[in-house]
Every structure is written in C-alpha cells, then in structure tokens.
Design a protein around this ligand. Structure first.
Ligand code: SAH
Length: 214
C-alpha cells in the first residue's frame, strides 16, 4: 500500500479533530500528520475507518491505540529532538513512529513474538532507522541501555513500575496508564534518586501489561 494525497487528507481531518479535543503541541500534531497510520494496520478496512479516532485490532488480541491516546501520551512526554525514549508495548510500531518523526531515538519492547516479527519488517520497510525493536518482557525495561530521557508504557500497568522509574535519568519522566478496568494516566517525573513527582492526566482504557513473553 502507498501513501497518497487521499490518505493525507484523512490525516489532516484527524489532526483537526485531535486539536479540537485538546492536543495543542504542534510538534505532536505535525508528526501525526506525517506518519502514514494506515501502513501500520493489516485489517481490511476503508481508509476512512483507518483514520477514525478509534483503536483498531492488530491481531493477537492487541490494538493500535486510539489516535487521541497516542497524541495525549506523546504530548505528556514533552519530546525534544534527540530524546532517548523507551517504549513498552511496541504493538504495530505506530506510536514509536510518531516519536521517531519528532526526532527521538526510540527503543521499544514487545512481548508477543508474532507482533514483534511483523513490526520489525514494517519498520525496516519504512526506513525508520532510529527505532530499535526488542523482543522481551517490558516490565524489566532495558537496564543495559538506561538511563532514558523518557519512558512510555502503552499497556495498563497494575501499579507504578519502579523498575522503569529506576531507568530514567534525573529530570526524566515516565508516562503510564495505571490500574485495572479504567486507568489513570500518570506522569511520574524523577526529581532525584529518591524523589518523584506524580501527576494525574485523566482516565483511559488500555489492554493489560502482561508478565513474561509469548
Ligand atoms: N504502542 C502500540 C499499541 C500497544 S497495545 C502501537 O502503537 O501500536 C499494547 C502492546 O503491549 C501489545 O502489543 C502487547 O502485546 C504489549 N505488551 C503487553 N505486556 C507487555 C510486556 N510486559 N512487555 C512488552 N510488551 C507488552
């Protein structure tokens, strides 16, 4: 599949909607305008459906998050060019691509082998060279590559993942939906080795962060 004017028109409409819904970071909106979301979706859907503000199944019981959620989490991360980011829950790779297009170097972990393999191929095909994919249990993070400027969890964690907070640099922040059912979107900023600041940024619904790999 390719990216045409037609696809771009749908993306412009989506960006307009996200702006109306409260996404104000122009860099986030520009990235969503640029990343061809439809190329991350294997399901046979109309272009219109691929650009609705809705989550979409990507197989293995997983979803590509709703565009508003992707935009909201990205906005909370305050991305600056050159940021070193860890993402837990690669899924389709779309969120990683949005971060990459904003100038970040992205390290992303997926626990499902089939999704990991498919997404690895997709990211290579798209030529997104600063996205590094890892197959493994994201609960453990990537201690050998820490510290990270920012960490993003795209599945619901049962509680604040301390192991991930440890892998932040001082001043860095972690964005993570926490709790079962409906989750609170928390932003945890590491102020020093022992202090954090926790902010609550509304409620969302995510698939669960699971233990181990598959
Ligand atoms: N960010 C993705 C959407 C994520 S859906 C995108 O842009 O498409 C949540 C993903 O988290 C799923 O792919 C699921 O398999 C993965 N996941 C759940 N628990 C995990 C864990 N412990 N480690 C790594 N990935 C995990």
């Amino acid at each position: 599949m390719e990216d045409t004017i037609h696809h771009k028109q749908y993306r412009n409409e989506l960006v307009k909607l996200l702006h109306e819904k409260g996404i104000s970071d122009e860099k986030v909106l520009e990235s969503i305008r640029r990343v061809p979301r439809h190329l991350f979706i294997e399901a046979k859907l109309s272009v219109k459906d691929m650009y609705e503000d809705e989550p979409i199944g990507i197989g293995q019981g997983q979803t590509i998050s709703q565009p508003f959620t992707v935009a909201w989490q990205t906005q909370l991360l305050d991305i600056v060019s050159g940021d070193k980011i860890l993402e837990i829950g690669t899924g389709s790779g779309y969120q990683a691509a949005v971060l990459y297009i904003m100038g970040a170097e992205v390290f992303t972990i997926e626990r499902q082998k089939k999704l990991y393999d498919e997404t690895k191929k997709r990211i290579t095909r798209l030529g997104y060279s600063q996205i590094h994919l890892f197959y493994g249990d994201g609960n453990r993070g990537l201690p050998e590559l820490a510290p990270f400027d920012k960490i993003l969890v795209t599945a619901a964690a049962p509680s604040i993942p301390d192991l991930l907070v440890e892998q932040l640099r001082i001043g860095g922040s972690l964005v993570v939906p926490v709790n079962g059912g409906l989750q609170r979107m928390l932003k945890i900023t590491k102020l020093s080795e022992t202090e954090t600041r926790i902010e609550d940024h509304g409620h969302f619904r995510f698939v669960p962060l699971l233990p181990g790999t598959e």
